[in-house]
Design a binder for this molecule. Structure first.
Ligand SMILES: [Zn+2]
Length: 316
């Protein structure tokens, strides 16, 4: 038996929480996942602590630290979740709360920052110096690697591509702005768009697929409908991909990344989303960086957040 050091990676999202043991090379051990309880952060802290202890079990001596990637604007230095629209939290001293429950050093960062570090270590094998990782889930997050280092910016906020303004007079966003990219491609926003179309008389296979319960619409159902040829699902993915492509075209000109890695629930739509993104990128950014950038969907997908959080904790 080896006794190589491990960390516990935690991916804390608006819809679900995932935990897993991670070694220094980014190999994932046992994992567990559960739904995010709504409301009080203390309930979330208790639940994470209980699942963490169960997962660590007899390996407690091998655990070096705990890494948490959380959805929202994070203060990594103080371990505070400053604003998280998807968790509905403001100024939560998450690290302090969790430290009271778990006897390990705790590293807290934004979930997309963690995912970007995961993509850099596991998928790029630390050989691709400049990359952007975009997490397409309940929200839309971004993490930036520049010259092989996670770029956090002045206050740890860097990479919030989901809150880039696409439409100055657009849909209001929980961040306080309006017309943010996330409001047009977030999982719940896509479901809302489907409902709006159905209410205005559009017919779609999706109505039958959720047995008339439109609250049950998910990106997975939309993907299945699109693959069956449903015109509405296909059009909505086309529009969502174009909007993401508009945002990414600006990023390509601005940052000139080697890679753009997409991950998260919406990325599982595969070519339905990738094709319009790629087409829009080529149309709207400078030709040289647009042709140079490798745009693809992460093979680690669901595990990228846990892996990245665990790997950040290895560097603690
Ligand atoms: Zn916003």
């Amino acid at each position: 038996m080896t006794s190589r050091p491990m960390t516990l990676g935690v991916d804390l999202g608006g819809t679900g929480i995932k935990l897993g043991l991670v070694d220094a090379q980014g190999k994932l051990g046992p994992t567990t996942r559960f739904a995010t309880p709504k409301g009080d952060p203390r309930a979330v802290v208790d639940l994470i602590a209980n699942h963490a202890l169960a997962l660590i079990g007899g390996k407690s001596k091998r655990i070096k630290a705990i890494g948490i990637g959380a959805a929202g604007d994070i203060d990594p230095e103080k371990g505070i979740i400053r604003i998280s629209p998807n968790l509905g939290w403001r100024n939560v001293p998450f690290k302090t709360l969790l430290t009271k429950k778990l006897p390990y050093p705790i590293v807290l960062d934004n979930d997309a920052n963690a995912a970007a570090w995961g993509a850099y270590v596991v998928e790029a094998k630390k050989k691709i110096p400049n990359l952007l990782c975009v997490m397409l889930g309940t929200g839309v997050g971004g993490g930036i690697i520049i010259n092989g280092r996670l770029y956090k910016g002045a206050t740890g906020t860097a990479g919030e591509i989901g809150h880039m303004t696409l439409y100055p007079e657009g849909i209001p966003c929980a961040c306080g702005n309006q017309g943010c990219l996330e409001r047009y491609i977030g999982a719940k926003d896509l479901a809302k768009a489907v409902r709006r179309e159905i209410e205005s008389g559009q017919t779609t296979l999706m109505t039958e697929m959720v047995h008339g319960n439109l609250e049950a619409l998910t990106p997975l159902i939309m993907t299945q409908a699109a693959r069956k040829g449903d015109a509405l699902a296909r059009r909505l993915y086309e529009e969502a991909g174009e909007r993401l492509g508009i945002g990414l075209a600006s990023v390509v000109n601005f940052m000139n990344p080697d890679w753009i890695v997409l991950a998260g629930g919406i990325s599982r739509a595969g070519s339905l989303i990738l094709n319009p993104v790629r087409r829009t990128l080529l149309k709207r950014s400078f030709p040289t960086p647009a042709k140079a950038v490798k745009l693809f969907i992460s093979k680690k997908d669901q595990d990228l957040g846990i892996l990245g959080a665990g790997l950040l904790a290895h560097d603690f």
